[in-house]
Design a protein around this ligand. Structure first.
Ligand code: ATP
Ligand code: MG
Length: 424
């Protein structure tokens, strides 16, 4: 499709991506903008990043750019960096042949055959709307897979046989949910139908890759719709089996949806978000239920029960979705602090406010209050305590927290309206 017939204009492409395209082209290689960049421009959305396809091999790409790093073991990709922007440059993939190693479920294990043919590369992409190429040589749009028609029909359609393509790479099921929601397109019946049936193939995917995909799904503006998509398709059961098992219990969905809506709002407002908070939310229903069982059945004190449950749930979860320690450790702290909000007197309240994780734990407490599982009056008290730090609100009579159930008797620290002592 010639330039005058499509809306992809250089004005909508980042200077960094244009630089990569022109540099490759001037060095004698073909260079195309492809994937989400083209798709989003056609859909009238600002692209998140730009991907480039070329017939240059990764080492040849590296020779052209000072700030180029080759990544990936199975299929080497060049990352060209301009400040904070990274342009992903992929060499054309060759057609799939018997020389591609697969596991017994059909998943492709080795994918290191480069091609020189753009059409073969197009057929290796996932959805038709992701298989459109903008040629920097003459600004035309190339479509070998019916992507333009599907853009117009607002359809997400896997290229080729859907079941085969999901088996090759089960992550495509997650991408289908995410991209359909991002564009507000619908999946075609052939693309949607196999997902519940094949969802269990996700267990073959390395947990570190699933961690990245979970963030893309649930730390974005479409987080609530994406979560709903995971529930409906059965994909949630594979990613978060514990959460899936209690998702219909009272209060669970409201908590998750409130957290995801909150995340989406923060992202829309350019406020920071952390995976620690996301995973704290997703796993809390599982952790809190298990902790309650430990308390009831094994007579564990609440803090011990919670710690034991947290360790077990995190230990099981990372086998599916690899949550790095730098996120799971703060998530655990957020959980462990929840019981401490009931104490609004004396040194205990003071120490809680001084805790480095106070803000996240407080946000989480508020979320639980909003979802009906924590006391909104307590949440309100802590909100006021922070805004009037010189003179925190008086603690009500029961602010010393819930009655202790252990024999161990401790003298209450401080006494009186200790919360007023806060030096925060
Ligand atoms: P976004 O960047 O908005 O998340 P995207 O479609 O650009 O969406 P990327 O992960 O950047 O996603 O991938 C770039 C392109 O690479 C895709 O548009 C698609 O053509 C191809 N691609 C990515 N992942 C796969 C996959 N699992 N199987 C086949 N092709 C893929
Ligand atoms: Mg992209």
């Amino acid at each position: 499709m010639a330039r005058e017939h499509h809306p992809v204009s250089r004005k909508l492409i980042s200077p960094a991506a244009l630089k990569v395209l022109y540099t490759l082209n001037e060095a004698g290689y073909s260079a195309y903008l492809v994937g989400g960049g083209v798709r989003d421009i056609l859909a009238g959305i600002e692209p998140k990043d730009f991907d480039v396809a070329t017939d240059a091999h990764p080492e040849q790409v590296r020779e052209l750019f000072r700030s180029c790093r080759l990544v990936g073991r199975r299929f080497v990709i060049a990352h060209v960096r301009f400040g904070r922007e990274v342009i992903e440059v992929t060499t054309f993939r060759g057609a799939l042949t018997d020389s591609h190693e697969r596991d017994e479920t059909g998943r492709i294990l080795s994918d290191n055959v480069y091609g020189s043919d753009i059409c073969a590369d197009a057929l290796r992409r996932d959805f038709t709307v992701n298989g459109l190429y903008y040629d920097i040589a003459d600004y035309s749009l190339l479509d070998y897979v019916g992507g333009i028609q599907d853009m117009q029909a607002r359809a997400i359609r896997l290229i080729g046989d859907a079941e085969l393509r999901y088996r090759e790479d089960p992550v495509r099921m997650l991408r289908a949910v995410r991209i359909a929601n991002k564009l507000q397109f619908h999946m075609t019946p052939e693309t949607r139908e196999p997902i519940p049936r094949l969802a269990s193939l996700l267990c073959e995917v390395p947990p570190a890759r699933l961690f990245d995909e979970v963030l893309k799904l649930l730390q974005c503006r479409d987080a609530v719709a994406n979560f709903q998509g995971l529930v409906e398709t059965g994909l949630l059961a594979e990613l978060f089996p514990g959460l899936h098992a209690c998702i219909d219990e009272p209060g669970v969905r409201p908590l998750i949806d409130a957290a995801l809506a909150n995340t989406a709002r923060r992202i829309a407002n350019d406020q920071p978000v952390t995976p620690a908070f996301l995973f704290a939310t997703l796993l809390w229903p599982v952790v809190s239920r298990l902790a309650a069982r430990h308390e009831a059945e094994e007579d564990m004190p609440p803090a011990v029960a919670l710690g034991t449950a947290a360790d077990r749930v995190l230990g099981e979860q990372v086998e599916r979705v690899a949550i790095p320690k730098r996120f799971s450790a703060p998530a655990r702290e957020i959980w462990m602090m929840q019981g401490r909000f009931a104490f609004r007197r004396g040194k205990r309240a003071e120490r809680l406010m001084g805790h480095p994780r106070f803000r996240a734990a407080y946000d989480f407490y508020c979320l639980r209050a909003q979802a009906g599982e924590a006391d909104p009056e307590i949440a309100q008290w802590w909100t006021e305590a922070q805004s009037s730090q010189d003179a925190p609100p008086p603690a009500p009579a029961d602010a010393a927290g819930p009655p202790r159930r252990r024999r161990r008797r401790r003298r209450r620290s401080g006494g009186g309206n200790g919360a007023g002592d806060s030096e925060q």
